[in-house]
Write a protein that binds this ligand. Structure first.
Ligand code: SF4
Ligand code: SF4
Length: 207
């Protein structure tokens, strides 16, 4: 049976994109950078004084009359980089109560289309082998201790990455127990697209 899939793979050829060296093949409209102006009734106050904060946006489209998606996938903030991570970059997932979608999109970057392994990006099930913790879901008081213990178990240098609006700002749930300035990297989206995740993680390695 496995030989059938092997032959099918040869027939279809290589499917992995060259992203992030090349432009995304089919970037999604939602989520992407919103452009426009005007005040709107935003459920998460992502628009304030005509300024859009991607870290608060849940991409609900309520503002679509005034703010249009641009296809730009670069909706992330990288505050700290380290070139040591270029040879190998191991991610430890910490789900503090996500809906599951951020988790799925993070897993997608390891699919054949994006193949994060070719960029020396991997996952690990122990913080002792991790270079970065990826937090998903709203950080709660109860999970802060788990985050602290995991962070202390990691070798230096190390990063904390907020994946998705819940982790960054609390999203529709409310305030996160972890202030935004505690994160080294913020990856916006609800959930973020694989392109945004891959580019942000690459940038954190100094690419
Ligand atoms: S898409 Fe929704 S959450 Fe985002 S800015 Fe517009 S109204 Fe606010
Ligand atoms: S940011 Fe959106 S997709 Fe991610 S856990 Fe929160 S609600 Fe789910």
């Amino acid at each position: 049976m496995s030989s059938i899939w092997f032959l099918e793979g040869i027939r279809k050829g290589r499917k992995t994109e060259k992203f992030p060296k090349a432009s995304p093949k089919e970037p999604p409209l939602w989520p992407s950078r919103l452009e426009g102006k005007g005040e709107v009734d935003c459920p998460t106050n992502a628009i304030d004084n005509n300024a859009w904060d991607s870290g608060k946006c849940v991409f609900c489209r309520r503002c679509e009359q005034s703010y249009k998606p641009s296809l730009d996938q670069d909706i992330f903030t990288v505050k700290d980089t380290n070139q040591l991570f270029r040879k190998s970059f191991y991610l430890y997932k910490l789900d503090s109560g996500s809906c599951g979608a951020c988790n799925v999109e993070l897993g997608t970057i390891f699919d054949p289309q994006y193949d994060a392994n070719r960029l020396n990006i991997f996952t690990t099930n122990t913080p002792r082998h991790a270079d970065a913790i990826v937090v998903m879901g709203v950080m709660t008081d109860g999970m802060k201790e788990a985050l602290q213990k995991a962070y202390e178990a990691m070798p230096d240098p190390k990063l904390i990455i907020a994946l998705g609006t819940c982790a960054i700002s609390g999203g529709v749930i409310g305030k996160s127990a972890l202030p935004r300035d505690q994160y080294n990297v913020e990856i916006s989206g609800c959930p973020p697209s694989p392109y945004t995740i891959l580019k942000a993680i690459s940038r954190a390695r100094g690419d």
